[in-house]
Ligand binder design. Structure first.
Ligand SMILES: Nc1ncnc2c1ncn2[C@@H]1O[C@H](COP(=O)(O)OP(=O)(O)OP(=O)(O)O)[C@@H](O)[C@H]1O
Ligand SMILES: [Mg+2]
Length: 275
């Protein structure tokens, strides 16, 4: 199983959109995929049609349950990654089938407080240990990361093979990139010497003169960092938000849209390079 993390500490650069599109696109190519929504915002789970009121309810609502209801909840409702990291739940009980070849793990809102919860020795290996116990076979696991450079990202990068960094062209698109690189370098030195940056993925591209200048800046920066920019760029396209509103994946909503075609190209490019 190859593990790919979509990460950037900048918000709104299409980490979630790209990780879900890649997961669905790979599943539709016949690959067995596990996608992990490791962001407490749970946007990916929502887009995938998960009923979070049922799967990840408010602790207050759980307290209100009768003993019988709580027993049913414990037994039948999938576990969250946070609970797995706490050592309370089996990772195999966190896996939710979404569509053919595609399973999902919900991170849980509690991941928002992970930096306070996980503070003992070995805290960066909790996900890696849990993943060693997954029984089902997958070709790829895709992590949608939150923008935080904290213990959850530390865990993800400790188990990951590759990091894809989505970037939106703009005056500030490179802000914080050096810090993310430093973070990945530290993981490389201390917990996972196989992790590497697969490349920068340019997203939400507008057809303007400024956009071309900004993409040029991204390409220069990539060269400085010794990494590449994927040739396939993802255009800004209303279908992305429309699909999310409809709780449909982009390919199901509009496979002919420019963004869906761009993501298809990106996946092909990614697979070609892997070979
Ligand atoms: N190609 C695109 N065209 C149009 N809108 C897009 C595109 N990609 C993403 N968006 C929109 O941009 C917003 C941010 O995207 P997304 O949630 O994927 O970013 P993110 O990096 O995961 O954000 P966060 O840092 O909050 O997790 C969303 O509203 C999404 O619908
Ligand atoms: Mg996101």
């Amino acid at each position: 199983m190859r593990i790919i993390a979509f990460s950037n500490q900048k918000g709104g650069v299409a980490k979630t959109t790209s990780s879900y599109a890649m997961a669905v696109g790979l599943a539709r190519r016949g690959k067995k995929i596990l996608v992990v929504d490791a962001d407490p915002q749970e946007n990916l789970s929502m887009t995938a049609g998960i009923d979070l009121n049922e799967i990840d309810p408010d602790p207050e609502d759980i307290e209100k349950l009768t003993e019988e209801q709580r027993e049913y909840f414990e037994k039948n409702v999938p576990a969250k990654l946070f609970e797995v990291m706490c050592g309370d739940k089996d990772i195999n009980k966190a896996i939710i089938p979404i569509e053919e070849n595609l399973d999902l793990i919900v991170g849980g809102i509690d991941l928002a407080s992970a930096d306070m919860t996980f503070n003992s020795l070995g805290r960066e290996r909790l996900i890696k240990e849990a993943f060693s116990k997954i029984k089902k076979e997958y070709d790829y696991c895709i992590f949608d990361c939150s923008p935080a450079l904290g213990v959850v990202l530390m865990n993800i990068l400790t188990v990951a093979d590759e990091v894809v960094i989505p970037l939106e062209p703009g005056a500030y698109s490179l802000q914080g990139l050096s810090r993310l690189y430093k973070f990945i370098d530290q993981i490389h030195d201390f917990t996972n010497d196989k992790v590497k940056v697969a490349g920068l993925l340019v997203t939400k591209v507008r057809n303007t003169a400024n956009s071309k200048i900004w993409i040029g800046d991204i390409e220069d920066k990539a060269q400085l960092l010794g990494t590449k920019v994927f040739k396939s760029k993802i255009r800004l396209n209303v279908s992305v938000e429309e699909a999310q509103t409809m709780k449909m994946n982009l390919f199901e909503y509009s496979s002919g849209s420019s963004a869906a075609r761009d993501y298809d190209d990106f996946i092909d490019e990614f697979l070609e390079e892997e070979e």
